[in-house]
Design a protein around this ligand. Structure first.
Ligand SMILES: [Zn+2]
Length: 210
């Protein structure tokens, strides 16, 4: 089951098909399916008529919340920019590699503290906790499993996250997070110095050996 994903909010009621208007309240129902979490966004009328009574008895039902639909703003022209915590979380989630889950979890916690994400629910799925976050404004739902980090692992993951924020996500075929911390610390290095860092040292060693 894929319990790590982002699901956008529907732009229309998924029961009657009427488009949501700006500032219209809506209801989200969350179900657990074999393939992962499934959200259902419905209008107030459909909630009252078809879902309110008995929703909790339906197969796979886990949660329900209310939201306020806001028309998403037109996408601003995107300047080339470094990843911030939010774009990084999106890209890690798209990548969906278990090795990045601890970093995704730390980013979600950071974003919750910054009030970029709001926690909606804490669930249990397949024996572990899954945090359900909502992005106010867009209404997107982020589900992030608890990586169950030990205290001694936490510091390393925080360093990985700081590294990602500083240097961005390595390409798809790039190193998994375990190898990130093998790189030299990101100390400012005088450019042009042949002694700079391990790469420089090995070059020096080769020169000496030949
Ligand atoms: Zn409806």
């Amino acid at each position: 089951m894929n319990d790590w994903n982002i699901q956008s909010r529907a732009r229309a009621c998924q029961t009657c098909g009427n488009a949501f208007a700006d500032q219209e309240p809506y209801h989200t129902l969350l179900f657990e399916r074999r393939s992962g979490f499934e959200r259902l966004d419905v209008c107030v009328t459909c909630w009252a008529d078809q879902h309110q009574h008995g929703a909790a008895d339906r197969k796979g039902y886990i949660s329900h919340w209310q939201g306020l639909f806001t028309v998403p703003p037109a996408a601003p022209p995107e300047p080339i920019q470094r990843d911030n915590a939010e774009t990084l979380l999106r890209r890690l989630t798209e990548r969906n590699q278990p090795a990045w889950q601890p970093a995704a979890f730390i980013l979600a916690v950071m974003l919750e503290r910054k009030r970029v994400l709001k926690i909606r629910e804490t669930l249990r799925a397949e024996g572990r906790r899954v945090f359900v976050y909502e992005r106010p404004g867009t209404g997107e739902m982020f589900t992030v499993p608890d990586p169950q980090l030990r205290l001694d692992q936490l510091e390393q993951v925080q360093r990985d996250v700081a590294h990602l924020l500083e240097h961005g996500l390595p390409p798809e075929a790039g190193p998994a997070p375990e190898s990130i911390h093998d790189e030299p610390a990101a100390e400012p290095v005088a450019t042009g110095s042949p002694e700079a860092g391990p790469a420089g040292e090995s070059v020096v060693a080769e020169v000496v050996a030949s």
